[in-house]
Write a protein that binds this ligand. Structure first.
Ligand code: NAD
Length: 493
């Protein structure tokens, strides 16, 4: 392996090439990958296009029959071996991810990378228990099976790179499918490490392929490919539209996990300290969390007290180097993202919003944690996803208004409700349009739960059985009993 294809990040060697059919493959061109921490060049990454997409899909197609025929037990064993590899290299993965996307090292170490390993273990175990009891129809046996579907294209964003990639890779591989993974160009490195880990764990060549490149250059060749049987995408709504249009040529089934503009509803009967805890959490990952409850909707009678306690708490947040244990908020991913965030805030202020805190850039690539009030429901800042540490606060008079405001965007990814009343929680959650609703908690996620969004937040659900329903061709086989007289009763439907 020639050195010019290796880069060293925080002491960890990372291959900057694609991984196709079990081999490292270079491209004629490269693109630069910079760290959000200090702008340092982390590496020149292989810049894939149509040729690399074609090669990766061909490799996934060639590897499919053998992997699909591999027993469930053996597939599960290999996935557990991948999880072992992730755990063995946990510190390397945490360091590289933090340098590449700027999220906190402590969360990568303690939360995110253990979760990456868990993604593999969970879907390996779920596969072994995946079953549906046979049932009878007039003496005939119905048997449901989950058959591997074929090569899958998995396209992922930069805000939680390896976590989101493995949330797709693990169930796809467990299902018996083969994979072409395309990580985001702003955070390409840990996907390359995953390829090494999977190969070392014994995953056969071609079962997991990783291609790098700009979405606009390599994306269409992947998503319009006739040999691709599933596309799972996490990212923005505009990209989802392009992918859906491209996939339409072959009617390739899609799973889309998109943006959000989720509300946090705080009722006067809530434990206000808990509500403030939940509210401050929304700055996590510098606000670059699809599920973040970025719109605070607070009952008017407690709005002043809530705002006072929130701003006190937010003022104590430490912003800075994500490698420091004391840091709560790191930098945003890219200068372009920072510009985008500031554009949203400045336009909101021009339209009459008031920055209770923040409202400006911080040091380096950081944006000051911001809370905006005096925002109109129809305004851009309330309706559009900022994907930065920018929150809005509006008040409501009663439950009906709270629900109306909560549901009044084109998104429907999540919602969080803070209330001391169980009856209210039941009434309100029943009316909210969202894929996930949390009551007096936030970000509690079990991999067996359905995950996805309503409206423009997504199409389809993944998690537990929903993942296998998506990544498999679900088949029902009906077998007649021995000696069945077909001239008996037959219904056609
Ligand atoms: P993005 O849509 O710009 O890019 C996501 C991925 O799509 C990248 O890998 C990119 O290279 C690729 N891509 C771009 N153009 C493409 C094309 N024409 N064809 C194929 N692939 C293409 O999104 P982003 O800025 O990386 O991520 C942020 C967005 O992701 C936010 O909207 C956020 O809410 C969303 N997100 C959603 C979830 C969820 O689970 N719902 C989770 C995390 C992030």
């Amino acid at each position: 392996m020639s050195d010019r294809h290796l880069t060293t990040v925080a002491g960890v060697e990372v291959d900057t090439r694609h991984f196709i059919g079990g081999r490292r493959v270079a491209s004629a061109g490269t693109f630069p990958d910079h760290s959000p921490i200090d702008g340092a060049l982390l590496g020149d990454i292989a810049r894939g296009g149509a040729a690399e997409a074609e090669a990766a899909v061909a490799a996934a197609k060639a590897a499919f029959p053998a992997w699909a025929a591999t027993s469930r037990a053996e597939r599960a064993r290999i996935l557990h071996a991948v999880a072992d590899g992730v755990e063995k290299r946990l510190e390397d993965l945490a360091q590289v991810e933090t340098h590449d996307n700027g999220a906190l090292l402590r969360s990568h170490r303690r939360g995110v990378m253990p979760r990456v390993a868990h993604n593999f273990r969970f879907f390996a175990d779920w596969l072994l228990s995946l079953d549906h009891e046979d049932f009878e129809t007039r003496g005939h046996t119905n048997h449901v099976s989950w058959d591997p579907a074929g090569p899958c294209v998995l396209i992922t964003p930069w805000n939680a790179p390896l976590m989101l990639a493995t949330w797709k890779v693990a169930p796809a591989l467990a299902a018996g499918d083969t994979v072409v993974l395309k990580p985001a160009e702003w955070s390409p490195l840990t996907a390359s490490l995953l390829a090494d880990i999977a190969a070392e764990a014994g995953l056969p060549d071609g079962v997991l392929n990783v291609v790098q490149g700009y979405g606009a250059e390599i994306g269409d060749a992947l998503t319009s490919h006739p040999d691709v049987r599933r596309i799972s995408f996490t990212g923005s709504v505009p990209t989802a539209r392009r992918i859906a249009a491209s996939a339409a040529a072959n009617l390739t089934p899609l799973s889309l996990e998109l943006g959000g503009k989720s509300p946090l509803l705080v009722f006067a009967d809530a434990d206000l300290d808990l509500a403030v805890d939940l509210a401050v959490e929304q700055y996590d990952n510098a606000g670059q969390v699809c599920l973040a409850a970025t719109r605070f909707l607070v009952e008017a009678s407690v709005a002043e007290e809530f705002t006072r306690r929130f701003t006190e708490r937010a003022a104590r947040l430490v912003q800075g180097d994500p490698r420091d244990e004391a840091t709560d908020i790191g930098p945003n991913i890219h200068p372009r993202q920072l510009e985008k965030i500031d554009g949203f805030v400045q336009r909101a202020v021009e339209a009459g919003a008031r920055a209770v805190i923040g409202g400006h850039r911080g040091d380096g690539q950081c944006y000051a944690p911001t809370l905006l009030t005096d925002v109109a429901q129809g305004s851009e800042i309330v309706q559009e996803e900022v994907f930065g540490p920018v929150l809005t606060l509006q008040t409501f008079a009663d439950e009906a208004e709270a629900v109306a405001l909560a549901n009044d965007t084109r998104f429907g990814l999540a919602a969080t409700v803070a209330t001391g009343s169980r009856e209210r929680a039941e009434r309100v959650t029943a009316q909210l349009v969202a894929g996930t609703v949390w009551v007096n908690c936030f970000f509690v996620r079990d991999l067996q739960a359905p995950f996805g969004g309503a409206r423009h937040s997504g199409v389809g659900r993944e998690g537990g059985n929903w993942s296998f329903d998506f990544y498999c061709d679900v088949k029902n086989t009906v077998t007649a009993p021995k000696g069945w007289d077909r001239k008996g009763s037959v219904e056609h439907g």
